[in-house]
Design a protein around this ligand. Sequence first.
Ligand code: DC
Length: 223
Amino acid sequence: MINVPIITIDGLASSGKTTISKLLSHHLGFYTLDSGVLYRAFAYIKTIEGVDEYTTDTISRIINKINMVPTKTLGFDIFYNKNNITTHLYNEEVGLAASNISKNEDIREGLLSIQHGSVQMPGLIANGRDMGTKVFPDAMLKIYFTANIDVRAKRRYAQLIESGSSPNLENIRKSLEERDQKDMNRDVSPLKADKDAVIIDSSALNIDTILDKILGLYKISRV
Ligand code: DC
């Protein structure tokens, strides 16, 4: 992990972390770790396997069968039991279930090694809730994203429409609010800005302005 440049992007659900991570990845040629997908994978596996309770054994059995495989587009696909489950993970139900299970300390600890295993040259953009505070505390640049709830709900709504779903804006708003509360108030690795993080409110900024700002910060952090 030493010498591999890492940029962490933490923040609220639908605050623009994934979009900016992809743009940064495109500009810098770095891989993107979308860490939420690992918690989503756990939530999804729970339903397909009918897991009632997470014991230490169940958790390590599941973790041993999860693999993250780098993609040509500099992201990672998630495999469980050698099956690619990535496309099943991006819906709001799985997101909420992921938020529920993400307070489990053993799951968080178990997923650390998978996240550390994603570090590779030429660099990594790691986004999530605790990338700067817990998973990559020595990252060269830490960003914390925030945006107001209406802007985030509309963004999420537009994404779901684009992916062919028929979402309800008010339900999305409620689900995001519920997730924010859970993510910020859990005991283990709660969502918060690291003391070294640069805070960016994306509500009123366009994506190119945010990209320029982060690329500028990255340049400064290298000298
Ligand atoms: O970023 P996301 O919406 O895909 O994340 C889904 C849930 O996973 C989120 O509500 C909380 C949890 N999560 C977490 O606890 N820690 C992370 N680093 C990333 C996500």
